[in-house]
Structure formats: C-alpha cells, structure tokens
Design a protein around this ligand. Structure first.
Ligand code: NAD
Ligand code: UDP
Length: 353
C-alpha cells in the first residue's frame, strides 16, 4: 500500500535490519530519513538500497550522525516533520556489552533518551523500537508470549529492558505517545537480490553470520556451543526469522501506529517455529552446497536452551505473519554471502574484520 505523504526517521538505518526495512519503506512509498553513525555499518549498504529502490531512491536521505549528538538531531527535526520514528540504532554484541557495560548504557540508553527528548520537543510521538527476545532470558516454557516475565541476562539485554520501561513510563506520563516495542527473535537471511545482507564487524557472535563466513572460507570451522541440551539433537533451539519478514513487521507496526489510542504495546516478531543449530547447519549446507566443518564445544555461558515465539498477538493485532521458512532464509543468506564474501568490503580493501 503506497503512502506518499509520510516521512519516517529511521535510526540505525544503515545496519542489517535497518537497510532491509528502509528498502521496504521506500517500496511502500514512504519518504525515509536515515540517521546512523556508521559505527557498525557501511555507506555502501545505503547505496545498494538506493539502487534497489530504483525510481523511489530520491525519497531516501542519509545523515551520518550519532544519536547522542543532540544539536545535530535537533537540526534534522527542525528541517523535517516526521510522522514516526523507527529506532534501530544501538550496539548489539552481547559479549562486548559484558566487557564494556558503560559503553552500552551510554550508546543505547543515552542515545534513546536524547532521541525521545528531541521527538517530544518536535511533537513527533510515534515510535517503533527494536527490542529483543533476549528479554525472555531462559524461558520456563515455550512458545514465549508477550506476557512472560522478563529479565536481563547481560548489559545488552538490560538496555532493551530499560528502554522498554522508559517507553512505558513516557506513555504513562503523556498519553499522546504511541509506541510499539518489537521483540525480534533471531533475524537471518538477506534480501533475495543478494545486494544487501548482514556484514558484522570482527568475529561474528551469531550463528548464521559465522556459518556464512565458514562457507566462504573466511573461518575454518563453526564451533557448536553445547550438544547436551534437552532438544532432539542436543543443540540449542531458536526461532530464526527471515529479515525480509522482519522488515515487513515494521510496516505492519507503522500501520498500527495509525490507529487511535494504541498506547505502548509489545509484539513478538518470530515464526513460532524452533530450529536447532545442527538443523540450521544442515539447511545451509543444502542451500550452499558447501560443507561446514564443526568443532563441538561446551555450552556458551548465559545461553538459553529453547526459545521460540508465540506469534498469535502479532498475527491478530498487527495482521502480520512470517512467510518464509529456513530454506528461504539459508538460500538468501548464501546468495548474499556468495556474491559478497567480504560483505560490503573487498578482499583487497576489507572495510572490517
Ligand atoms: P546493526 O549493528 O547492523 O545496525 C545498528 C545500526 O545502528 C548500525 O548501522 C550502527 O552503526 C548504528 N548505531 C549504533 N549506535 C548508534 C548511535 N549512537 N548513533 C547512530 N547510529 C548508531 O544491527 P541490526 O542487527 O540491524 O539490529 C538493529 C536493532 O535491532 C538493534 O537495536 C539491535 O539491538 C536489535 N536487535 C537485533 C537482533 C539481531 O540479531 N540482529 C535481535 C534482536 C534485536
Ligand atoms: N551458536 C553456536 N555457535 C556459534 C554461534 C551460536 O553454536 O558460533 C548457537 C548458540 O549457542 C545458540 C544458537 O546458535 O544455541 C543461536 O545463537 P545466536 O548467538 O545466533 O542467537 P541467540 O543465542 O542470541 O539467540
């Protein structure tokens, strides 16, 4: 559904989920302003989004600024009137957050508070925020519903919990706010064009970026963390969701923000299906035709055993449901990886690593 009159600010729009969402926003007819400090992303990603967007490319503009730079953010809000903000910008490496908690609290919390202050000052009170299934910790049962108790397993997760609470508080204080907190499960895959995808800095923390780097020969083997869980094959189970489905979920959330008095609501974005590490590796081997050598190791500290989403609330209230399964996720992940073995860099001039 085209919406030619709306302008959306996307923080962190140069990143993995951001680029896929920006592209879909453009395809739906929105005007998009991206704010990103490029701390974990490349400007090449937005160039690719523009070329994929074709004649809609002129509806995208980009400002390389840090969210904590309040005067710079003020300038952007003074020159453009935004209908809503989608807030992806944040640091997301769990291990790094344990080593550098203050960096995470400063970047993620201070960045968000400044964003909310500037939004309020300019009368823009519609927000979609990237939360995470990490707030369910080690769930006692599955599927996880939005009513489950929440907890933080590390400083990264704590920033998600704190921001969720801040959002609830600002809505309690001012009912003009409309806020949707999206708890993502495990985003994987890439745009089917193979032009945009995930390009993490340094050694990947997450399963599929690691598998992808093994497949292109950048790493010798995948380390499987734990084979003694009470799952079918002993490896951890997660709810992997295609990044294009996830991006769709943001369009659905924006539509929901258009309804009167939605308040501050939380929705899971997952598929509702659990897949083990070994099942994911097998699916990727099938899609890529590459063998992924494995090193079996002990459990990774802090890892949950089985986590997958209840998708009922999002299906019912956002009218959104994931369309893709792990075959499509692995196919598109490999399509991106094989076309861009060094991400947005090149073997001679790697941008990161
Ligand atoms: P990403 O690192 O690819 O994108 C985040 C973007 O934010 C990057 O481009 C980075 O440069 C930018 N950024 C960070 N701090 C900033 C700041 N202070 N000012 C301006 N820009 C800043 O990550 P992603 O995977 O696209 O994740 C997007 C959001 O979704 C994050 O908030 C993340 O915590 C959340 N999330 C991600 C996952 C996942 O597995 N990818 C799961 C759950 C939640
Ligand atoms: N995992 C693994 N090797 C890796 C990275 C992850 O075996 O190099 C496992 C991890 O133990 C978990 C699953 O893959 O069972 C998903 O991990 P990821 O970090 O991608 O997501 P999260 O644990 O944050 O949901």
């Amino acid at each position: 559904m085209a919406d030619y009159n709306k302008t959306i600010l996307v923080t962190g729009g140069a990143g993995y989920i951001g680029t896929h969402t920006v592209l879909q926003l453009l395809e739906c007819g929105y005007r998009v302003v991206v704010v990103d400090n490029l701390d974990n992303s490349s400007p090449v990603a937005l160039d690719r989004v523009k070329s994929l967007a074709g004649k809609r490319a002129h509806n995208l503009s980009f400002h390389e600024i840090d969210l904590r730079d309040k005067p710079a953010l003020e300038n952007i809000f003074s020159s453009t009137s935004f209908d809503a903000v989608i807030h992806f910008a944040g640091l997301k490496a769990v291990g790094e957050s344990v080593e550098k908690p203050l960096l995470y609290f400063d970047n993620n919390l201070v960045g968000t508070i400044i964003l909310l202050e500037v939004m309020a000052a300019h009368g823009c009170k519609k927000l979609v925020f990237s939360s995470s299934a990490t707030v369910y910790g080690w769930p006692k049962e599955v599927p996880c519903t939005e009513e489950f108790p929440t907890c933080a397993m590390n400083p990264y997760g704590r920033t998600k919990l704190f921001i969720e609470e801040i959002c609830r508080d600002i809505y309690r204080a001012d009912s003009e706010w409309k806020i949707i907190l999206l708890r993502y499960f495990n985003p994987v895959g890439a745009h089917p064009s193979g032009q945009i995808g995930e390009d993490p800095r340094g050694i990947p923390n997450n399963l599929m970026p690691f598998v992808q780097q093994v497949a292109v020969g950048r790493r010798p083997a995948l380390t499987v963390f734990g084979t003694d869980y009470s799952t079918n094959d002993g490896t951890g189970v997660r709810d992997y969701i295609h990044v294009v489905d996830l991006a769709d979920g943001h369009i659905a959330a924006l539509n929901k923000l258009g309804e009167p008095s939605i308040g501050c609501e939380v929705y899971n974005l997952g598929t509702g299906k659990g897949t083990s590490v070994l099942e994911m590796v097998t699916a990727f081997e099938k899609s890529s035709g590459k063998k992924i050598p494995l090193n079996i190791a002990g459990r990774r500290p802090g890892d949950a055993e089985i986590v997958y989403a209840s998708t009922e609330k999002a299906e019912r209230e956002l009218n959104w449901k994931a369309k893709y399964g792990i075959e499509e996720m692995c196919r598109d992940q490999w399509n991106w990886a094989s076309q861009n073995p060094h991400g947005y860099g090149s073997p001679d001039k790697p941008l990161k690593d």
